[in-house]
Design a protein around this ligand. Sequence first.
Ligand SMILES: [Fe+2]
Ligand SMILES: [Fe+2]
Length: 244
Amino acid sequence: MKPALAKLFERLGKSMVGDYRAMHPQRNPVVSLRNNAKKLGRVIRQYSFLSKHAVPFLENSNRVLRKNGWRSLAEQIEENIAEERGKAQEAAHYEIFCRGAKNELALDLKRTRASDASKAFVKRWLEISRHARPEFVAGALYAFELTGVPEMSLVKALLNDYSTHALGRPLDRKGRLAKFFDSHTGHFEVKHAQRIRDNVGAHLNTKAQHGLFAKGFHELMGAMDGWWAGMAAEAARTGVKKKP
Ligand SMILES: [Fe+2]
Ligand SMILES: [Fe+2]
């Protein structure tokens, strides 16, 4: 890998937890709600919209890569998509997540309606994936895959807190829901981000292209930060009666 590109990845990796709160295990804004089952349940239900729209996001992005002839990266993103769709597993990842949440936590994610914060996030997120420039889209793809590990570690901890407070027992560490999260933090997301690092270099040659890649990365990080702050604010209002 060229040194300039290696430096760019290093900078973005530091920025993910240094400049943004969403992926920070303590500074994420919902962490303060961890002891409240009702509020936490609301956050978990809203979080499922990321899982629900992951494949459309990846597919839109891939279309931009293909259209611009970014074949070597597109082939890798297609692998990521196949895995999200449950290649060699019993179902798509979103389905496995929904089943696990229903069976182990009695949370019906499919019957959840998107909140204002989630609607705004999904709209922005999918807009990003339809951006005209492949460098920008690739940067957003990298943010999506790089956040996979810290995000799913955080959410697994939230699921455990929810289980503890709502059901009186911790999340079954050997259950399917825990294993689903572990398979992501230990395997899928590590590989997904690595595939981008290994293949985007073939397409990024100029300083301006590096800049656009970083721009796409920061754009999605900013959208995620806003979403988590919005989810925390919405959940904090849960159960608080409006003044007449
Ligand atoms: Fe997945
Ligand atoms: Fe991924």
